[in-house]
Ligand binder design. Structure first.
Ligand code: SAM
Length: 301
């Protein structure tokens, strides 16, 4: 297949869909990019080179994959939709540095899938993920990258504009939540550029933005247990209208008086709502709860 002919145009995209007898599926968030300049801008923003392993989520018809293959050392693209495999395979079967895998990016064991490609000697350790993300998986997928132990160095994702706002939100507002805190903990985030709905086929209802998440050497705060930090954040925002004391009670397996002691130890007001707390507040609270649980375990012994 001709790999110089750009896929990201309205006519090539329509032709590919028609010739393979497939239609864009709304349920899978299929909005294909049909503007080559946007593709180039994403790849430039990623800044990948021939020493990079790039994970792409949702290659669709391969518009972004094509440009990533030209820039990166190796591309591994995970596509959930079986009906897109024939056009993808036709396009990239002869491309030595592209692997198309049928997988659900929310469920797949990403580290295991990348392992055979990551072993190539010419590639630097870790990987970059680059994607025009389907809207419906954006939050859980970002939380996966931010809370699981995966060796990514940079994430470059096209997301809906309102998600970009949530990634950068400060305490107190409606945009501030578990996602904002997970980002603050694990990444330095910036919005690279915004993208109008007109560059997609079919056209979505809202505009999008390309966000870049870079991983610093160390997380923004140090905690005794990351699992406890994320558990406290999740519990606090699962019932964000309740006071923290009520939202956490029951969820974390601590008695009310123990929880009150943890709040006091962390100097956090249990009568607040989760949205009032900074990352540093959550970190102190998680450490106080970790300490309490450890003491409880020692008493049982
Ligand atoms: N990369 C293409 C582009 O920019 O033109 C398509 C992007 S489209 C917004 C999202 C793609 O993600 C679709 O191809 C869709 O089938 C795929 N997708 C949806 N859910 C997925 C999942 N859970 N895992 C992997 N791919 C998924």
């Amino acid at each position: 297949m001709d790999n110089t002919k750009k896929i990201a145009t309205p006519s090539v995209t329509r032709d590919l869909l028609r010739s393979h007898g497939v239609a864009a599926k709304k349920s899978l968030g299929q909005n294909f990019i049909v503007e080559p300049q946007v593709i180039e801008h994403i790849v430039r923003t990623a800044g990948c080179d021939k020493r990079d392993l790039v994970l792409e989520i949702g290659p669709g018809l391969g518009a972004l994959t094509q440009a990533l293959a030209a820039a990166a050392g190796q591309v591994v693209a995970l596509e959930i939709d079986k009906t897109l495999l024939p056009p993808l395979n036709a396009q990239f079967a002869a491309c030595p540095n592209v692997a198309i895998l049928q997988a659900d990016a929310l469920q797949a064991d990403i580290a295991r899938l990348l392992e055979p490609y990551a072993a190539k000697a010419e590639l630097r350790p870790g990987f970059m993920a680059v994607a025009n993300l389907p809207y419906y998986i954006t939050t859980p997928l970002l939380l996966r990258f931010l809370t699981e132990d995966l060796p990514w160095r940079r994430l470059v994702f096209m997301v809906q504009k309102e998600v970009a706002a949530r990634l950068q939100a400060a305490p107190g507002g409606k945009d501030y939540g578990a996602l904002s805190l997970a980002v603050q903990y694990r990444a330095n985030v910036s919005v690279a550029f915004t993208v109008p709905a007109a560059v997609f086929l079919p056209r979505p209802k809202v505009d999008s933005a390309v966000v870049v998440l870079d991983r610093p050497e160390r997380p923004a705060v140090s905690v005794r247990s990351e699992a406890a930090l994320f558990a406290v954040i999740r519990a606090g925002f699962n019932q964000r209208r309740k006071t923290l004391a009520n939202a956490l009670a029951g969820n974390l397996g601590l008695a009310k008086d123990e929880l009150a002691a943890a709040f006091a130890g962390a100097q956090v007001d249990g009568a607040c709502r989760a949205e009032a707390l900074t990352l540093a507040d959550f970190a102190r609270l998680a450490d106080a709860i970790t300490d309490l649980k450890q003491r409880n375990m020692e008493e049982i012994k």
